[in-house]
Design a protein around this ligand. Structure first.
Ligand code: DP6
Length: 330
C-alpha cells in the first residue's frame, strides 16, 4: 500500500452540467484533447453529477460505476493516470457516479462527469489544485468538462502551448452576477448515435465549412464576451442561436452527415421563435443531441416552460437557474 496516501482515501464531488453559448467543435490536439476553438458556456444548477472516488490498494484495475451499472473505465482511467502521476503512486480506484438526468442523451453528462471526477480524484489523492489546474485535468476527460469546473458564465481558451497548459476555462461572471434561466426540453431519452469525440474528428476531416468555422470563432467569442459584460440579453441570445446553427451546419455538411435533431427538436425551435414573435425574449441552443435548451430571463421562465411542454414530442421540461462550480461534498 502507498505510504503517503493510505488505502481507502475517499472524496466526493458534485459538478453541474453546462451548456455552451459559443460552441466547442473540433480539436487542435486529439491526444491531449485540446480544443481547436474557444467556447463560452453557462453552468446549470438543475443538472449535476455526484462522484465518489476511493483509492483501493487491492485492485488491479480502476472500476467505474455509473448510476449503479459497471461501465467502461478507459476514459476515466486516463484522467486518473494523470492524478496518479502527480502524486507518484499506482493505486487503482473505484469511481462511482450518479447523474440526476438521463446519461448520454445530449445533456452534457461528460461535462459534469469529468469535472466531478477531477475534483473528487485530486481530493482523494490529497492534492490541492487551482481552478485552472482542475480545468486542464477535466479537459483531458472531456473538453466541455473544463468549463464545468466554474460556475456561472465560463470561457474555455484554446491556448497556443503545445502541451495544453494554457487550454483551460475561467469564469466570466458568477451565477448570481446575472441571473439567466435555462429551460431544457427533453425530446429523446436514449443514448445518442455519434458521440462528440468521434463526430468532431469527422467534421474536421470532411466538412468544407470546417476552415470557416475555425476562422469565425474569435469574432463570436469576442461578441459574446461583450454581450455578457454588458448584460445584453438579446445580443447574447441572438448570438447563441447563430453560433449553434453554424455548428449544426458544420455537422450537417460532415460526411456521413451528423443529424442530431428529431421532429420534436425542430418543433421546439419553432415554438421558441413563436415566443419571440409574441414579445418573450427566449433563444435556443442545441448540442450534439436532440434536446433543446432555451435561454430566457427568470421572469419569463414559467411561460417558456409551459410553451415547450405543449410541443408535440417533448417528453419532459426542466427549468434551471445558473449553478455553481464543481465542489467537494465530502
Ligand atoms: C456540442 O466535450 O463532449 O457539446 O472533448 O471529445 O469529450 P470531447 O467532446 P465534448 O464536446 C462537446 C461538444 C458540444 C459543444 C460544447 O459543449 O461546447
Amino acid at each position: 500500500m502507498d505510504e503517503t496516501l493510505g488505502g481507502g482515501a475517499t472524496a466526493v464531488a458534485r459538478a453541474h452540467s453546462n451548456i455552451a453559448l459559443v460552441k466547442y467543435w473540433g480539436k487542435r490536439d486529439a491526444a491531449l484533447n485540446i480544443p481547436a476553438v474557444g467556447s463560452i458556456s453557462v453552468t446549470l444548477e438543475a443538472l449535476y453529477t455526484d462522484t465518489r472516488v476511493t483509492f483501493r490498494p487491492d485492485l488491479a484495475h480502476d472500476e467505474f460505476w455509473i448510476d449503479g451499472s459497471r461501465s467502461d473505465a478507459t476514459r476515466v482511467s486516463r484522467v486518473l493516470d494523470l492524478v496518479r502521476a502527480r502524486v507518484g503512486h499506482e493505486q487503482r480506484v473505484v469511481v462511482s457516479s450518479t447523474n440526476n438526468f438521463p446519461t448520454g442523451a445530449g445533456l452534457a453528462s461528460s461535462a459534469s462527469g469529468f469535472a466531478a471526477l477531477a475534483v473528487a480524484a485530486t481530493g482523494a489523492a490529497g492534492l490541492e489544485l487551482t481552478d485552472r489546474e482542475l480545468s486542464i485535468l477535466a479537459r483531458r476527460g472531456s473538453g466541455s468538462a473544463a468549463r464545468s469546473i466554474l460556475g456561472g458564465f465560463a470561457e474555455m481558451h484554446t491556448g497556443v502551448a503545445a502541451d495544453g497548459s494554457d487550454a483551460y476555462a475561467e469564469q466570466l461572471l458568477g451565477a448570481a452576477d446575472w441571473p439567466v434561466s435555462v429551460t431544457v426540453a427533453i425530446t429523446e431519452r436514449g443514448e445518442k448515435s455519434i458521440n462528440s469525440t468521434v463526430g468532431m474528428v469527422e467534421s474536421a476531416a470532411t466538412s468544407p465549412f470546417y476552415p470557416t468555422w475555425l476562422d469565425s470563432a474569435a469574432e463570436d467569442l469576442s461578441e459574446m464576451r461583450a454581450a455578457i459584460a454588458a448584460r445584453d440579453f438579446a445580443r447574447l441570445g441572438q448570438l447563441s442561436e447563430y453560433n449553434c446553427l453554424k455548428m449544426h451546419a458544420l455537422m450537417l455538411t460532415t460526411r456521413p452527415a451528423l443529424l442530431y435533431w428529431n421532429a420534436a427538436t425542430v418543433a421546439a425551435l419553432h415554438a421558441v421563435r413563436g415566443l419571440r414573435a409574441d414579445g418573450v425574449p427566449a433563444y435556443f441552443t442545441i448540442d450534439a443531441g436532440p434536446q433543446v435548451k432555451v435561454l430566457s430571463l427568470p421572469a419569463d421562465s414559467a411561460v417558456v416552460q409551459a410553451t415547450l411542454a405543449l410541443v408535440p414530442g417533448v417528453l419532459e421540461v426542466r427549468g434551471s437557474t445558473l449553478g455553481p462550480g464543481a465542489h467537494r461534498l465530502a
